[in-house]
Ligand binder design. Structure first.
Ligand SMILES: Cc1ncc(COP(=O)(O)O)c(C=O)c1O
Length: 376
């Protein structure tokens, strides 16, 4: 326990502080918004979609109701359904594979790289069968998966690629290509904890393909092709105009916020160089956006580290404690512990620390002090 005067806790995230500087703007925007009466899709959504597509350098952005629904709409647009297999990583948020299963298809997992935590593309070939239709690489923690390696395998086997870029908006690879632009369809989440966040639920599907964009626009609105005429069965995956309005205003700030996250990450890297933790590895050329700053504790030491951080009042969380192949709902898929050792070991060791633009130097120093006094 620290012996100095008790310091205020350092939260894992501080959403009130995140929005405080924009409060006046939001008040003005909201007044105009209320007067507009345009609350679902419409001009606010179209304007945000244009800004988002330009930001990512893709032809189309299709605003939807969440990141999960973005994945669902993307897979529906690619006609994924019963009998199909979709290959992905077991070390991700549940929605990545849950959407595959919800469409009646089978999520097939391959292990991850130990340093980046992203899908290990060298294992993809072995997972492909005659039923495989698509692969979903995930840009975990804000670092792009190896899209060139994934694309090579996808081309060889005629697979479609859905990039789960939920955590990585603003990230770029060595060729300057942006998160969300690296597959046939890229999916974003704007959940309140994300680097670009709504004040509620929101997401988007990104694509350069005009036909896929058209299908996704229809699918998000019950497959409607004209007034009460439905060419396909979709759902209500529409984006609220209020979220689009908020997101477009915040998009203008995103690069500044990302720069702040990178500064914080660099400071953690320096301070923890000799500490008994593994700090994030960034693949050459990748521009990580540090949705999470995630360290690894030595085998068997994470629980003690978490207790130590809790004693110091430092917010922290494990993303993700149970890999997807071991989730109870996938028990009938035939996977067992030991199938994906890198993902399983990562799930036992990783720990994410506070990293957000509003984190002050003093708060970050306190996190660092807590970590350096841990007897790891
Ligand atoms: C990797 C990943 N995929 C999908 C999602 C789903 O997004 P949402 O929570 O907006 O439905 C998330 C967000 O939690 C995520 O982190």
């Amino acid at each position: 326990m620290p012996t100095d005067a008790p310091a205020p806790p350092v939260p894992l995230l501080n959403l009130p502080a995140h929005h405080a500087a924009l409060a006046d703007d939001f008040r003005d925007l909201f007044q105009t918004f209320v007067a507009s009466g345009q609350f679902v899709l419409g001009p606010y959504v179209e304007s945000f979609e244009r800004a988002l597509a330009d930001y990512c350098g893709v032809a189309h952005a299709v605003g939807v109701s969440s990141g999960t629904d973005a994945l669902l709409v993307a897979l529906m647009a690619l006609d994924i359904g019963p009998g199909d297999e979709v290959v992905t990583t077991p070390f991700t948020f549940f929605g990545t594979a849950g959407t595959v299963a919800r469409l009646g298809a089978k999520p097939v997992f391959v292990d991850i790289e130990p340093d980046t935590y992203n899908l290990d593309a060298s294992q993809l070939d072995a997972a492909v069968t005659s039923k495989t239709k698509a692969v979903i690489p995930v840009d975990l923690y804000g670092q792009l998966a190896d899209s060139d390696a994934v694309a090579k395998v996808a081309q060889r086997h005629g697979l479609r690629v859905v990039e789960d870029a939920a955590q990585a908006i603003g990230a770029r690879d060595g060729k300057g290509r942006a998160a969300g632009s690296l597959g046939d369809i890229g999916c974003f989440s704007f959940y309140p904890t994300k680097n670009l966040s709504a004040m509620g639920e929101a997401g988007a599907c990104m694509t350069d393909d005009d036909d896929l964009a058209d299908r996704m626009r229809k699918l998000r609105n019950h497959g409607q092709t004209g007034p009460y005429e439905h060419a396909m069965v979709g759902g209500n995956f529409r984006l609220d105009a209020v979220q689009a309005m908020i997101l477009e205003r915040k998009l203008a700030e995103l690069d500044g916020w990302t720069a702040a996250r990178r500064r914080l990450a660099a400071r953690y890297d320096d301070a923890l160089r000799d500490a008994p933790f593994v700090t994030p590895a960034v693949a050459p050329g990748n521009e990580h956006v540090y949705h999470q700053y995630t360290i690894r504790a030595a085998d068997g030491r994470r629980a003690d580290l978490m207790k130590h951080l809790a004693d110091w009042g430092i917010g922290h969380r494990v993303y993700y404690p149970l890999p997807l192949h071991l989730q109870p709902c996938f028990a009938d898929q035939g996977y067992q512990r030991g199938d994906f050792p890198v993902a399983e070991r990562s799930a036992e060791q990783v720990l994410s620390l506070p990293v957000y633009p509003e984190l002050t130097d003093a708060q970050q120093q306190r996190v660092i002090d807590a970590l350096l006094t841990f007897n790891g």
